[in-house]
Design a protein around this ligand. Sequence first.
Ligand code: URA
Length: 432
Amino acid sequence: VKYLPQELILIKRSGKALTHDQIQEFLEAYLSGLVEEYQMSAFLMAVFFRGFSAEELTQWTQTMVSTGERLGICTTTCIDKHSTGGVGDKTSFLIAPIAAVCGCQVPMLSGRALGHTGGTLDKLEAIPGVRIPDSVEGIEKLVEKHGFCFGGTTRSMAPLDKKLYALRDVTGTIESTDLIASSIMSKKLAENLKGLVMDIKVGDGAFMKTPEQARNLLEKIQMIAKSNRIRLKGVISDMSQPLGHYLGLRPEIYEVLMAFQNKAESRLMELSLELASKMLLVAGLEQDESAAKVKVESALMSGRAYQKFCEVIEAQGGDISTFENPEFYLSSKHHFEILSPRSGYISRISTEKLGYVFSALGAGRKNISDTIIPQVGAKVSKKIGDSVVAGEPLLTGFLAEIPSQILQSQLAGCFEIGDVKVSAPELVIERF
Ligand code: URA
């Protein structure tokens, strides 16, 4: 090796920038096991405190991509949507088929639930029979034939991200905007996209708690997108309360089925349609937002998006006869209500805590190897700004067991109720 790992750690620790060559060699050596986990841990902590320069960030991300396989879908309309994660976010299930029927190629590659947030791949597997393509060729075939697929980054795509993410998770280095931006973008660049729509979540239930943090992440993502000539659009959107009314794997699929009938919460519909419209813009299929909106609304309302959704779920092995009885997705051993202790208005929902409590009840995982109980989840009946009468349900839990007194009081404590009506938070905080 040309450089000793400890030399590079010292450079970063002192706040100086590494050269292209140094970054590439360091990451390649780490991937092949020549740099120890403890050395990479120290380096990541230095990055957490010192950050990357624009050049370092680009090179770091580039090496994460070039050390793995990339998709070979080379059409100009190959695009994706990515959300930074939250609670109750099920927009991908609507957006991918809508964009596909409008002419985009969408390798919708998503992640797993971790911490308090849900994962699209887990929700997908809650549909009986669904298989997730495990190779680049498998993804390409589905997208070429159907216009989209629901997948995840395969073992061979951005392999460094898997290694680095697992290490960051146990070394207190997840919350670095440079490392988050490079992690997200390495997976998106491995898809060989021409355009990307980002939904950067902000608020209590998101990783980014303030609009400033969200803007900071956006800047880094814009920088990486620009240097890779990827057209980028998107929103910074509210995650101070769950999106939609349902959370948990199967309960969220239930809400998706309702959304295809235009019977879901208006915020969920609004955000899905806005993100889908932006996909047509980044794909170059429409030039202005209102024309794109008309097209995506028609794809949804005509039932064509739902047909496409069923076509792809079936192609991936899913039993679409379960969609004929959506209540199947709400069946759990126990239904348990949390009632409002008083009358008033919902002023705040501790969304992160809600996510953690349901994760503990079986709807999420603490470690990546944990299994999730697909039936577990909730209907959140009251959202911020809603009026509530004492004794009305705030939330109905779909559970495998009756929650302990501690969990019950934690759930009740997720809702703050005041005397004064507050307005619902703005859904879209910023558009770009
Ligand atoms: N999502 C990712 O893909 N990577 C991160 O580092 C954080 C969120």
